[in-house]
Design a protein around this ligand. Sequence first.
Ligand SMILES: [Zn+2]
Length: 405
Amino acid sequence: MEGKNEKNVLYAGRLVLQEEILHDVAVVIQGGKIEAVGPRSEVQIPKDGRQWDVGDRIIAPGLIDQMVHGSHGFKAGVSIEETLKFSKVMIRNGVTSFLPTVSFSPTVEEMQQSLAITAQAVETGSPGALMLGINFEAPFLTRAGKSEWDRYPPAGYYAGKMARDPSVEELRDYQQAAKGHIRLMTIAPELDGALEVIREMCNLDIVPSIGHSAASCVEARAGIAAGAKSATHVYNAMRRQDHREPGIIEAALVSDEIMAEIIADCVHVFPSALDMAYRCKGPDRLILISDTLKYAGMPNGVYIDEMGREIEKDDEKAHIPGWTLAGSISPLNWNVRNMIQRVGVPMGEAINMASLNPARLLGVADRKGSLEAGKDADLIIIDDDINVEGVMIEGNWMFKEKVIS
Ligand SMILES: [Zn+2]
């Protein structure tokens, strides 16, 4: 692998900037950072740089997946080794940084253990996509199940009976177990004590996100007023839309104070509902996530999950037959493609939704999320179908196909 201090110059037909697509571009990279970027005719090309020409392909910022539980058989938080292997398989999807996402275990101790393991993996340093911290999607979530909410239970895939009442003490213990690495956490704002916990999350440097919730619109807005900055996979695992008794979906879509995550796999959310979220939130407040479990990237078939349930995985989805979806199987670059090809979002905006927007939410936009001089050289080489042909993280090629030196 080329060294971090080597000077690299990349040429490409197109490059995704924050506000526009540039044509016939050059990028100069040194010391893991972008030194210069712009039209080839305007960039000063160093004489000693190693030159790479990616032809008519596109250079885009590396994708940031803030909600991803697993992939290719690997799951976050099982062991340090498995979490590190998980970081490696993320690269092929164009993900250059992510939040390994820890969810429910039956006991507090087991959840603390998963957080501690994931924190150790974060501190070990990733051999693949960088880990910016941990997303903790548990345990202060709704218990409202299928019987109360017809087809789509707010408790979602998780067994509602494992949900716990919000507690500031318990939150502090989780963040301590995670050695301070929890960066994002979902909470149902309608639960007793939730608002106090949301306020404490802000003190502990955790971005609060409302979701897995049966909240009314008023309850959701109280969560936002208490400090929630995002909504977790909007539409899914939420009280359904109702124009006379609006709930958390309506609050998330029309509150400009918060971002909204969305699973743009076209299975969890139909394209016109993706379009509605896009029209409500605009290009700066929608965040694409993959929400994949370890079944993504695995052969089709039936698997047994940790709770002994049968998970059926096919080309489109993983689900518990007769019950609900079990996470997505669509990696983040596919979701970017769906936003472009099935919703009609401009390519630059769709990519920002999976790079710059999560970087802004997570407070790392000063160094990640877009291709600007001074920022980390986290970039991907893609074609028009968002197939990933090259990935560079902090100036190092993690893999490159069809990238000619
Ligand atoms: Zn979820």
